[in-house]
Design a protein around this ligand. Structure first.
Ligand SMILES: [Cu+2]
Length: 177
């Protein structure tokens, strides 16, 4: 009986290690600290995926996210959401995004996001997708997107809380434009 209990206990520990919270990875580049880099599984045939992360500037001077690349995508863009005539739309951040000293900028569904286009294959839950972010001062920074479930709203978070936001953020609609 004790043996069985011990086996169960070790299995539980093992399982806990496997389900460690996503986004634990912390990438430092100069004064910047990037955490919670994630994406989500793409539905069948989709050619675009979002990319999300949190970047904190611990320095005393501003830096600027100016672009990036991803091997899995033919095209890499940065987008923001904006109200246009009462409708939430996304548009490219063309001049890059300033990361002010002492500030934290979050890329998340419904707000700033990376747009990986012309995907070479589907993203599946559990995948680790390497991308490179390019900052004006910190230079090129390699981060890994942890792929969450289809419809996830946060790394390791619950899906479905913001379905309305999800509808507004319809990439397939934008691609047809
Ligand atoms: Cu977008």
């Amino acid at each position: 009986m004790n043996t069985l209990l011990a086996k169960f206990a070790s299995f539980a520990l093992f399982a806990a290690a496997l389900t460690a919270p996503a986004g634990a990875q912390e990438v430092k580049a100069g004064d910047l600290v990037i955490t919670q880099a994630w994406s989500r599984a793409t539905p069948g045939g989709a050619k675009v995926a979002g990319g999300y992360f949190t970047v904190e500037n611990r320095g005393t001077a501003p830096d600027r996210l100016i672009g990036g690349s991803a091997d899995i995508a033919g095209k890499f863009e940065m987008h923001e959401m904006a109200m246009v005539n009462g409708v939430m739309k996304m548009r490219p951040i063309e001049k890059g995004l300033e990361i002010e000293p002492g500030k934290t900028v979050k890329f998340a569904p419904g707000g700033y996001h990376l747009m990986l286009e012309e995907l070479k294959g589907p993203l599946k839950q559990g995948d680790k997708v390497p991308v490179t972010l390019q900052f004006e001062k910190a230079g090129k920074v390699a981060v890994t997107l942890d792929v969450q479930a289809l419809g996830a709203q946060a790394p390791g978070g619950a899906a479905g809380d913001h379905m309305q936001m999800e509808k507004m953020h319809d990439h397939s609609g934008m691609m047809k434009k």
